[in-house]
Design a protein around this ligand. Structure first.
Ligand code: ZN
Ligand code: ZN
Ligand code: ZN
Length: 340
């Protein structure tokens, strides 16, 4: 590999946050690009154009002679930030720390159909998407170099979507991202103090009070968190305590498909054309290592967070880390409960 192909991970010495610095610096003019350039017949992610991508990492095959031979596909990212090859190359740089951005960057194509929205793809297809997430996470957990696998979705241009085809992304990193680390540390501290999982306590509290619940199913609740960062923020969390998403059962996948589809449909009923992100927070790689903590299985509890992009983040949020909620989580949950 040419050294110019290696992206760097640099650690912020003040906050402990890692950033990926790409190897080919963009010039100022490169930052203005037209949005949504892949409409209709120019989309490489559509069924029938498989040969133009780099080959499947995984796919769920579709039988019969219908258009397209697959239900979901996972392909390498066209511009990967993290690459599977090579070693971590941890090193100092004066007072700073850096390493190679070893990992995985993948695109999960959620449907052969270009125009389908995730909330309209149907429960069977949503189940295949969730199963695909599970299989990729389980596979990447076997690589001891990787600390964390993150699955996320950008829907709509306000949410950073580049393709109009329905896709999610996977990023597997040699570090635990800061936002995840903060959750892990918070959960660990709560467990050390109370000997209970904070998320299980939250589920009990939300079911007891009921005012922030959007939907409850046999295995999950969807609710607007007590101190949400954004209006109409919705979390989907399994009632069964488990730290890792990839241990989800077949029955839970079926139930999650329903609660995720329904939650997204409800958000769209409230806001037509809504842009949103969602992501899964699961346990870090559980292969034992030097600083492995042994209560991880007890103190962390996986969940999915949906972030509607209704507001632009202002200087206040960027500079202070405080957030302003123009709609309380109780009102947001009430609106979402009442729409069909
Ligand atoms: Zn397409
Ligand atoms: Zn729990
Ligand atoms: Zn979370």
């Amino acid at each position: 590999m040419n050294t110019t192909d290696i992206h760097e991970l640099r650690k912020d010495p003040l906050l402990g946050r890692w950033v990926a610095v790409l190897d080919r610096p963009k010039a100022p003019g490169d930052y203005s690009f037209p949005a949504d350039t892949d409409h209709g017949d120019s989309c490489m992610l559509c069924a029938g154009r498989e040969k133009e991508t780099l080959g499947d990492i995984l796919s769920i095959p579709r039988s019969g002679d219908s258009a397209g031979k697959w239900w979901t596909r996972v392909i390498p990212h066209f511009a990967p930030v993290f690459r599977v090859e090579g070693d971590l190359g941890r090193r100092g740089d004066g007072m700073y720390d850096k390493m190679n951005s070893v990992g995985a960057s993948e695109i999960i194509i959620e449907s052969p159909d270009h125009a389908v929205r995730p909330e309209d793809m149907g429960l069977d297809q949503m189940m295949r998407v969730i199963k695909t997430y599970k299989d990729r996470m389980a596979d990447l957990e076997r690589d001891a170099r990787l600390r964390y696998t993150f699955i996320y979705k950008n829907s709509g241009s306000e949410a950073g979507a580049v393709y109009s085809h329905p896709v999610s992304y996977l990023a597997s990193t040699p570090i635990i991202p800061k936002r995840v680390k903060e959750e892990l540390d918070g959960a660990k501290q709560y467990f050390a103090y109370k000997e209970r999982c904070i998320f299980c306590d939250m589920i009990r509290e939300e079911i007891r009070t009921g005012s922030r619940i959007v939907l409850e199913t046999r295995h999950f609740i969807a609710f607007c968190p007590y101190a949400s960062k954004f209006p109409f923020e919705t979390w989907i969390i399994p009632k069964r305590h488990h730290c890792a998403f990839q241990d989800i059962t077949a029955e839970e996948i079926e139930d999650m498909s329903f609660i995720l589809s329904t939650s997204l449909q409800k958000l769209r009923q409230c806001f037509d054309g809504l842009s949103f992100n969602y992501f899964i927070h699961s346990a870090p790689n559980r292969i034992p290592r030097k600083d492995h903590w042994h209560t991880l299985g007890e103190d962390f509890h996986w969940h999915l967070e949906i972030m509607p992009r209704l507001l632009r983040t202002s200087g206040f949020e960027w500079g202070s880390g405080c957030y302003v909620l123009p709609t309380s989580p109780e009102y947001a949950a009430q609106y979402l409960r009442e729409v069909k």
